[in-house]
Design a binder for this molecule. Structure first.
Ligand SMILES: [Fe+2]
Ligand SMILES: [Fe+2]
Ligand SMILES: [Fe+2]
Length: 486
């Protein structure tokens, strides 16, 4: 229950360490002095500039539990389609309970939970992603794309195999054709969740749902898994769990996963996967997060941050736009100017990013550094309207990296700005009090190096983006026994 309340608190949370909305306002004498000191220190050594109160978190090592990161990213996936609210956490819960009931080995149960929580990740780049789960026709392609994505993170190699086959019908080899029998558990859990309408008592819906699933016995679904599901539907705790599945993901296999932590490199690898997920939604932003991450990392090193700190900044760059999973695609890709309502929806992505990142224990720095990338030094940014005194130096670095990458990168509808024009934009934004002038000067002093590093990072990310697209466009072989049971 403690975890449930923590998760509830994480909704719309403020930057970690701040407790009230800070409006743009006149700085007091003390604040101005503070700011002068901060800038003075930065001119000398950036490491000393991190001493002001808001950066006392600076020395935290980057280490998080695998289950915490997975649940947070699963919630991010569920932002894509409010129509199927919390599909991934529901499937994670159902699959976990099925695995317990089936007596699967611990190791398989852990991998099953990880895979279930991200099983439809390959549907994110689809135009109709998750809309009412109407992508049955795309079952093979989104399974294939999901596996391609998860394979980019070595820790998720086994989960990738499960995701690859999470719609495989049981009649194709009965778990002996190279498709793990565990993958069939996700299939049944997924189809069970599709039967259940949110906001209605799950227990009342069980008879009708089981009647429909029964038609797929031995054709679509593992018979023993279906039997286990009958047992679960007779258990009042299962129906209660379905009303708040997030609260129950940290027991059983989830508890075992809590013992597994990711170090900085593990976090980077997992976060790179999610930057690919976010960016793959639209060719408009196909490699943006990778560009921001690399430029933030490099700017941090030039500014004097040490290796571990620069790694945290790299992660903040990779995940700064994770909240964009909650922005409708037609707004992300609108060719013209956004109207006021659309702009408000677009701007909410920064708040979503904060909600998601701050919900991960041990991720306070990443949340504050990444999710504040649209805040501006003069208070004109969003979503909190913070001012220079509230913005830690690393958050300013991500803001500069974001603006630089956005104007320098090529997009499908335009080329990136030529260096002279990009330099002028950055200079103007520093002069107008939007971006940190010292950081902009630092970037401009080695502009070509920075631009080359950005380009290389985005070229590497482009390769992965193309692999995902190829997986989605690959010709599928429809499953005959699947069709006959539909
Ligand atoms: Fe799926
Ligand atoms: Fe699904
Ligand atoms: Fe953004």
């Amino acid at each position: 229950m403690r975890r449930a309340s923590l998760l509830a608190e994480s909704r719309h949370r403020m930057p970690v360490g701040m407790h009230h909305k800070t409006k743009p306002q006149q700085a007091t004498g003390a604040q101005r002095r503070d700011e002068r000191e901060r800038r003075g220190a930065f001119r000398g050594k950036a490491r000393r500039a991190c001493r002001p109160a808001r950066d006392t978190l600076m020395q935290q090592p980057l280490e998080v539990r695998l289950i915490d990161l997975t649940v947070a990213f699963s919630r991010a996936l569920d932002l894509v389609s409010p129509a199927v609210a919390a599909h991934h956490v529901h499937v994670g819960f159902i699959a976990s309970r099925l695995a317990e009931r089936l007596g699967l080995p611990d190791r398989d149960r852990c991998e099953l939970l990880l895979a279930s929580l991200m099983h439809d990740v390959g549907a994110v780049p689809l135009k109709a992603a998750l809309e009412g789960l109407v992508f049955e026709q795309d079952m093979d392609s989104h399974s294939r794309a999901g596996a391609v994505m998860l394979r980019t993170c070595p820790r998720l190699a086994q989960a990738a195999r499960l995701v690859r086959h999470h719609h495989a019908p049981w009649c194709h080899g009965r778990g002996e054709d190279g498709v793990s029998a565990t993958a069939h558990v996700i299939h049944l859990a997924d189809r069970m969740d599709v039967q259940l309408r949110r906001g209605e008592d799950p227990a009342r819906q069980f008879p009708r749902a089981m009647e429909r699933l029964e038609r797929g016995r031995s054709i679509l679904f593992r018979p023993d898994a279906l039997d286990a599901l009958y047992d679960l539907t007779a258990d009042p705790d299962f129906a209660a769990g379905l009303r708040a599945p997030e609260c129950h993901l940290h027991t059983g296999a989830g508890a075992r996963l809590e013992e597994e932590t990711l170090d900085a490199d593990g976090v980077i690898s997992f976060s790179a996967l999610f930057s690919l997920v976010v960016d793959s939604r639209s060719p408009f932003t196909a490699t943006h997060s990778s560009g921001v991450a690399e430029t933030a990392r490099l700017l941090a090193r030039w500014a004097g941050f040490d290796g571990p700190q620069a790694k945290s900044l790299y992660v903040a760059g990779l995940l700064h736009d994770i909240g964009k999973l909650g922005v409708p695609l037609d707004i992300l890709e609108k060719p013209g100017r956004l109207d006021a309502a659309e702009m408000a929806l677009m701007r909410r992505h920064a708040e979503h990013s904060m909600d998601i990142l701050a919900s991960v224990p041990g991720f306070a720095q990443v949340a504050n550094w990444g999710a504040l990338h649209h805040e501006r030094m003069d208070g004109s940014g969003y979503p909190y309207g913070l001012t220079a005194t509230d913005l830690p130096l690393p958050a300013r670095i991500v803001a500069v990296a974001d603006v630089f990458t956005a104007i320098a990168e090529d997009r499908p509808y335009r080329h990136g700005m030529p260096p002279d024009a990009a330099r002028a934009v950055l200079r103007d934004q520093a002069r107008d009090g939007k971006l940190d002038g010292e950081l902009v000067d630092l970037l401009l002093s080695r502009y070509e190096d920075m631009d080359a590093a950005r380009r290389q990072a985005q070229d590497r990310a482009r390769h992965e983006f193309d692999l995902v697209r190829a997986a989605l466009e690959h010709e599928s072989n429809p499953a005959t026994c699947h069709e006959s049971a539909a």
